[in-house]
Design a protein around this ligand. Structure first.
Ligand SMILES: C[S@@+](CC[C@H](N)C(=O)[O-])C[C@H]1O[C@@H](n2cnc3c(N)ncnc32)[C@H](O)[C@@H]1O
Length: 365
């Protein structure tokens, strides 16, 4: 049994999956946003000690290394890493782990704050509000053990209000879904996420578990849309435990299609089914999705054709449709397949055969 009271605890397979997603995403996020912004902010609001019992790196070290070991790191401008952790022993361990990385480049600004995420964020966000200032492009990782202390829509919504700010949340759907029948836990859930008891009753009276899980996510998204006043998009990665029960969803909220595109790549490559599901239960039995296997591309080609047959579309619109409306990631090879099968009859505005620039027009048979 893992003891979460010790300074360090043992890592499990689903945490490794979470870390893989974080690592893959940040390796893309740092260079993309560095091109456009003079300062990027990475907040890890529930940072932990930076290490697991077996020596595996914790999320703060994964984030630092994603930037530090990046092949384009010399082109990065300022990156401010802000790690918040409420326990003194874990803060101290984290500071030592960061020190063990050696001298960091001068454009890396690292701060470990021993405090509570909601209180620390409130201070900064209130100050920005008073000054009428904006938050720099920020990726905020919110990774609590349970479903409380995140600051809920009040804090997360305020972060999402700013342009180019996004949130990756460990959202304890499984625990909430099982706990919501208990009146005390139901009150706690309502307080945390600003849900009404009516919202919760509607969810827990739905029979299908999968549909309840989607409703938990939608309910939160609606609260965040209201609190941020922004048109949010989201992606969710389901994490199951050894008994194949849902533990939590890793939910990513952003306002930008590019963010969805990049996070989808990270989740797709980490998941096995292409539907962003990862389960410790399956882990023992199957290998990770063979990403080079082209079967998923055939399925994606079929649904593109079903959706667009008989029409002319801009490549960019087809691509965005795949990114936003299907479980698949984007590969231009999918269009090559359709063209070879005669399902694309013409492409207007391209330099060479079998190329599909964003602004070219594709005629579907
Ligand atoms: C799930 S662990 C974080 C693991 C870490 N993100 C990782 O992936 O390596 C949650 C951490 O949040 C800390 N914590 C709990 N409540 C907190 C709060 N209100 N504010 C900040 N940290 C908190 C806990 O002490 C614990 O270290």
């Amino acid at each position: 049994m893992v003891d979460f009271n010790e300074t360090l605890w043992e890592i499990d397979e689903h945490t490794k999956a979470k870390h893989t997603i974080l690592d893959k995403y940040l390796k893309a996020w740092f260079p993309i946003l560095s091109k456009k912004s003079s300062t990027l902010v990475y907040i890890d609001g529930f940072a932990g000690p930076g290490e697991y019992k077996g020596g595996e790196p914790g999320s703060p070290i994964i984030a630092l290394k994603a930037a530090l070991e990046h092949k384009h790191k010399d082109k990065f401008k300022k990156i401010a890493f802000w790690f918040i952790e409420c326990r003194d022993d874990r803060c101290e361990h984290l500071r030592n782990k960061i020190a063990s990385l050696g001298d960091l480049p001068s454009n890396f600004h690292v701060e470990v704050t021993c405090g509570r995420f909601d209180e620390e964020l409130s201070k900064i966000l209130d100050e920005l509000e008073r000054e009428g200032a904006s938050l720099n492009p920020t990726f905020c990782f919110v990774d609590p053990f349970g479903y409380t202390e995140t600051g809920g829509p009040k804090i997360l919504g305020k972060i999402l209000k700013f342009p180019k700010c996004e949130v990756l949340l460990t959202y304890m759907v499984g625990f909430m879904d099982r706990g919501a029948y208990d009146p005390d836990k139901c009150k706690t859930i309502c307080r945390e996420w600003d849900f009404s008891e009516e919202d919760i009753n509607k969810i827990i009276n739905t029979k299908s578990m999968e549909s309840r899980e989607m409703q938990w996510i939608d309910a939160l998204k609606n609260k965040l849309i209201k609190a941020s006043g922004s048109d949010l998009r989201h992606l969710a990665f389901c994490v199951k435990g050894y008994n194949n029960r849902t533990l939590y969803y890793l939910v990513y909220f952003t306002k930008h299609i590019k963010g969805i595109e990049v996070m989808k790549e990270a989740m797709f490559k980490t998941g096995k089914t292409g539907q962003y599901k990862f389960s410790d239960y399956n882990f023992k039995q199957t290998n990770l999705l063979d990403y080079s296997n082209e079967l998923w591309q055939n399925e994606c080609a079929d649904i593109i054709y079903e959706h667009f047959r008989g029409s002319i579309q801009k490549t960019e619109d087809v691509k965005n449709w795949v990114i936003l409306e299907t479980p698949y990631i984007w590969r231009s090879g999918i269009l090559i397949k359709l063209e070879e099968e005669g399902k694309i009859t013409r492409v207007i505005g391209r330099p060479r055969r079998f190329t599909y620039p964003d602004n070219a027009y594709i005629e579907f048979k």
